[in-house]
Write a protein that binds this ligand. Structure first.
Ligand code: COA
Length: 153
């Protein structure tokens, strides 16, 4: 990814760094509530740049308005997270972040889990070639919500 690559009308994609985590944690809590990751979890993700690809979307004022992460294995990759702040949703930021992850995944098969009740995210993934391939009961805690497993060849 080009550090200064412009996407959509007004956001820029950049690699996520440890220094971004305080700002990202505020978004993580807002977007994912009780299922939010801790700062320690994100910090350990960023400590493994050989297998992790984390990207932020920044608005013209320098605010982080979205972020996404991927882990790559030999022949597979998993989308670990995608989030966009409410004010910036439905403006193509999620699609740009996902496209960046898919670019990093290269030819690998890409998998992800998404809450069964998250229609917005499932539609985003379907638009990018993902199809449901399974379901994991009670995957999300503490809610007990099922996950739909989606894959992209
Ligand atoms: C899911 C999420 C990342 C989408 O980000 P976004 O920037 O709003 O997505 P985009 O504007 O790029 O939309 C791309 C496509 O996704 C689908 N989509 C996105 N939001 C949607 C919504 N609220 N309802 C229905 N479809 C939606 C649409 O197909 C859309 O394309 P369209 O606008 O041309 O119809 C965002 O809603 C979000 O952060 N939600 C909270 C966190 C979350 O659920 N993350 C996913 C965890 S698996």
């Amino acid at each position: 990814m080009n550090d200064t690559a412009r996407v959509g009308a007004a956001v820029t994609l950049r690699p996520m760094r440890v220094g971004h985590l305080p700002e990202i944690m505020a978004l993580e809590t807002e977007l994912f509530g009780a299922e939010a990751w801790t700062e320690g979890m994100l910090r350990s993700e960023l400590a493994d740049p050989d297998t992790r690809h984390y990207t932020i979307a920044v608005d013209p004022g320098g605010n982080i308005v979205g972020y996404a992460g991927l882990v790559t294995y030999d022949h597979e990759a998993h989308v670990l997270t995608v989030g966009v702040v409410p004010d910036w949703q439905r403006r193509g930021v999620g699609a740009s972040l996902l496209a960046d992850l898919l670019d990093a995944a290269g030819p690998r098969r890409v998998l992800l889990e998404v809450r069964a009740d998250n229609e917005a995210a499932q539609r985003l993934y379907v638009r990018h070639g993902f199809r449901p391939v399974g379901r994991r009961g009670g995957y999300y805690q503490p809610s007990g919500m099922d996950a739909v497993v989606m894959a992209r060849a």
